[in-house]
Design a protein around this ligand. Sequence first.
Ligand code: MN
Length: 430
Amino acid sequence: MSLSANNPDRISWLHVDKNSDFPIQNIPFGVFLTRDDIVTIGTRIGDTAIDLGALHQLGYFEGIPLTDDIFLQDTLNDFIADGRKTWRLVRDRIAEIFDSENESLKNDKKNKERVLFRLDEIEMQLPVQVGDYTDFYSSIEHATNVGTMFRDPDNALLPNWLHIPVGYHGRSSSIIPSGIPVHRPQGQTLPAGATEPVFGPSKLVDFELEMAFITTDANDLGESIPVEEAEQYIFGLVLFNDWSARDIQKWEYVPLGPFLAKSFASSISPWIVTLDALEPYRTESPKPLKKQLPYLQQKGKKSFDINLEVAIQPKKAKETVVSRSNFKYMYWSMSQQLAHHTVNGCPINSGDMMGSGTISGTAKDSYGSMLEITWRGEQPVTMSDGTERKFINDYDTVIMRGHCEKNGTRIGFGKVETQLLPVFETKKKR
Ligand code: MN
């Protein structure tokens, strides 16, 4: 099936800045509140948001099997459940409607007013209702760095790591869109040298630079998804900041893995960029260091060349970029993650979200967390205002960006931007 929406020669009649993450070749999906306080599913070209609910009511999706209210919903779950064939038809149609050679909507002033919004007229929402959220641990550099710091430098990578895409089940209730602030969590920690834990605000709040993919309904209970078929169940990706409290994590994580250190918040970028839009940016995964079991063996290019960066912006200063990484560093691919996740027959549903795990490269300036960048706080980084950071301070904003670029076409994710606030003050009862 061709992906005509990806045609690199197409230009839109909507204005697109040269360095925009959202040319007509992107066509991501999101959910937003309009200026009239109506929630709708939409897409974006340049800095114009497009109301797909309104477009559908005007008949622009005629011939595509869609229910009347498919875009008049507050989540993308039902649309995603319609499957890849429908996503492709809709994305291709949107590309046609906004092609510079198509004058139908372009010359219809009244309909354009219904369909098009400036970004300052809308408020982005969570794009899906996340039923289940799983976080993997698939960057070999990250796993090695953390193993070195938390356990044993000589055996940093546990023996299972090269055989299993290691993961754990997270909480979906605290997944939030870009722009929603996060409070510093409280919890139990074991101070250095102490034998008894103390309770209080985490002193080591950190980000994790990740991406997350969103699935459609994939399998029934008991059924597994072969690695070579896995991609057809992946709708798209978002940037993912998996907030972590390192001091809480260190005390609680043995033997069952992360718990409250991770579940207080995870922030995502609001536009889901489809796997189809990322097609031109495929690349090889790193070569396996050990032979993988047959159900995990993959052929071809299953990774994507996505440039990632993290910046920290103190309250009254300019942002400072602290990391530049790339999605292609992932040792285990999304296909392998999904094949492994379902190999025991666990069902995957529309709107499930799978975090990649922190994406670190080999160089210090490509590490995906402050834990690694400052090596547990031993080597602080300097901000633009001269202050130093070991971890994240109250009122700092963490900004993650991601984009692909090849032959002059750039497809990006925009950003996920989150401010860290002090501990939540519970209102005292009078
Ligand atoms: Mn994580």
